[in-house]
Design a protein around this ligand. Structure first.
Ligand SMILES: Nc1nc2c(ncn2[C@@H]2O[C@H](COP(=O)(O)OP(=O)(O)OP(=O)(O)O)[C@@H](O)[C@H]2O)c(=O)[nH]1
Ligand SMILES: [Mg+2]
Length: 547
């Protein structure tokens, strides 16, 4: 007797099987394995050839199958997109010793909740260290009443800062930890301090630029950059009399230099939006194909550096996934196949991390990348519970998720994963919707997988069924390999022959798929490929082959 557990969507074929009659073969459009379903993430979803990534591979495997689905790029379009991506560097290249200034609001409505100045400074330092060759030479926390206003510091504070910066020749730049610096303020401070001054937006944008691999991500960064370039232009052209600088009209065109530049920016913006729409159309098409293939999709979201990529690596065993101790290491949505306890195949989506005080234009540009999240069956919210700002991070992620206009059932069923518990001795999660794990050490993964399976079954309407099938019955009798596998020696031989791992426990799903195909071809038993079948165990009482 074989015990057969399957996570299936109940359908007419199932009742025929249960009644002992032959079931129809799997529909021809069912995918051969979850890896093929990864193809459906295509250019935006996976980093593949068609996605236009020029840089080195980011963390995660590419979808080879996805490439098959891609239409060849129009050479002219390709050239135009590359032209849109040609830009001057946002930040100076080479070694930089940065003075980090954090304006702290001590009281009043501007005082940040759920955080402290030292934690915000730590995050700003992490941002600086993410940049190649950049280090923090000095950190200063200074009082400020309105860090986002034109006058960030009072007169006395400004004088004190100027004295310190001017007196420290090793400082090559200043990172002012405010969301966005008005260009006139930036110019004033640069004139006073004699070094370049950057805000959070510019630093984050630069990191995004360095880490973006796919063409879609790079175009999104280019789009997010436009407001910055526009305001630079405005301030460089501004004159005390309020009129644009340079010659009034260019070559008799009737347009001032400023007007020409603004028109060029507008044209560039339109071109980028058009190019993005082209790429997104492809991604949506591939997304539809993926949904037809019906593998449940689990989106893994969370604050940057909370361990999303590490968790996916732990859940899938995918060695190609490379987590890095870096903010915004993952900038492209990638898909990875894994299996849940009943060997149900699922696809995990690794996503871009969130950050508090991220400028709106940046979030907006990247929200399309997160379209895949809206189409997933389940969202897993990974939290770094060892981080002092874990509550603030949670609030930032939830507010970003709500901003994505996700379907209500998806938002209501979010499963919280409390990660890095190895750094918090004795940690136990509060609330029923949370599982404590250490993705790095592999703790708590079994419980997490069980919780994921429950949630996926609920979200997709699948059911786990256990069927008992007599080996001598109509379904399996003509299938010699099925019973031969009960002999351990032959078992290994068969596994080796099929190119599988000799340890029967390593890839039960793959083993079942192989078995399943053979069973399907010789017995009329339905192929379980694409149907998340599952564990198949020999009953110990029937160790001898049945006739
Ligand atoms: N101690 C400990 N470290 C962890 C754990 N999980 C992840 N890390 C570390 O945290 C750092 C960030 O991990 P990632 O998986 O890259 O984080 P991420 O959320 O994907 O980050 P981004 O892609 O940048 O948003 C790495 O150095 C990991 O080794 C954990 O359970 N325990
Ligand atoms: Mg990551």
């Amino acid at each position: 007797m074989w015990a057969l557990r399957a996570a299936v969507r109940p359908g007419p074929w199932l009742s025929r099987v249960v009644r002992g009659r032959g079931a129809p073969r799997a529909a021809p459009w069912l995918p051969a394995c979850p890896n093929r379903a990864l193809a459906a993430f295509g250019s935006g979803g996976l980093k593949g050839r068609g996605s236009g990534g020029r840089g080195p591979r980011a963390n995660g495997p590419r979808s080879r199958a996805g490439e098959e689905e891609e239409e060849p790029e129009d050479a002219e379009e390709e050239e135009e997109e590359e032209e849109l991506l040609r830009r001057d560097p946002l930040l100076p290249v080479g070694t930089q010793r940065v003075c980090l200034i954090h304006p702290e609001v001590k009281q009043g409505p501007g005082k940040p909740q759920l955080t402290r100045a030292e934690w915000q400074v730590a995050e700003a330092e992490a941002l600086v260290h993410t940049l190649d060759g950049w280090s923090v030479a000095e950190t200063m926390v200074v009082p400020s009443k309105a860090p986002d206003g034109k006058l960030i510091f009072g007169k006395g504070t400004l004088e004190h800062l100027t004295e310190k910066i001017r007196g420290a020749p090793e400082i090559t730049a200043v990172f002012l930890n405010v969301e966005r610096l008005a260009t006139p303020t930036k110019k004033e401070l640069e004139a006073a301090w004699g070094v370049q001054v950057f805000d959070r937006f510019t630093v984050v944008l630069h990191i995004f630029r360095c880490n973006a691999r796919t063409k879609e991500a790079r175009l999104q960064v280019a789009l997010a950059e436009l407001p910055l370039l526009r305001s630079h232009l405005k301030s460089s052209m501004a004159r005390p009399d309020g009129r644009g600088g340079g010659s009034r009209y260019i070559m008799g065109s009737g347009e001032s230099f400023m007007q020409v530049q603004q028109r060029l920016f507008k044209e560039k913006e339109m071109k980028i939006r058009k190019a993005l729409e082209r790429l997104r159309k492809k991604r949506r098409l591939l997304g539809r194909q993926r949904r037809r293939q019906e593998f449940p999709v689990i989106s893994v979201v969370g604050y940057t550096n909370c361990g999303k990529t590490t968790l996916i690596k732990a859940l899938t065993g995918d060695d190609a996934v490379q987590p890095r101790d870096q903010l915004f290491a993952t900038l492209d949505v990638t898909a990875h196949a894994g299996w849940l306890p009943s060997c149900m195949a699922v696809i995990y989506m690794d996503t871009i991390g969130f950050l508090s005080q991220l400028p709106h234009s940046l979030i907006e540009s990247f929200s399309a990348t997160l379209e895949d999240v809206a189409h997933s069956d389940l969202i897993v919210h990974v939290r770094d519970v060892s981080h002092p700002e874990t509550e603030l991070q949670k609030a930032s992620v939830l507010s970003a998720l709500h901003g994505l206009c996700l379907p209500a059932p998806l938002l209501d069923s979010v499963l919280e994963v409390h990660n890095k518990v190895d750094l918090v001795p004795g940690y136990s999660p509060t609330g029923p919707q949370a599982v404590a794990v250490s993705a790095l050490l592999g703790h708590g993964l079994q419980e997490l997988k069980a919780r994921l399976e429950d949630a996926v079954l609920r979200a997709t309407g699948r059911q786990v069924l256990t069927l008992r099938v007599r080996l001598a019955g109509a379904q399996l009798r003509p299938h010699p390999k099925a019973w031969r596998l009960q002999d351990p020696a032959i078992h290994c031989e068969c596994l080796a022959k099929w190119g599988l791992d000799e340890k029967p426990t390593t890839h039960p799903a793959r083993r079942c798929e192989e078995l399943d195909d053979t069973a399907a071809s010789s017995t009329g038993w339905p192929s379980t490929r694409g149907h998340d079948i599952v564990t198949r165990q020999a009953d110990p009482s029937e160790s001898a082959p049945l006739k």
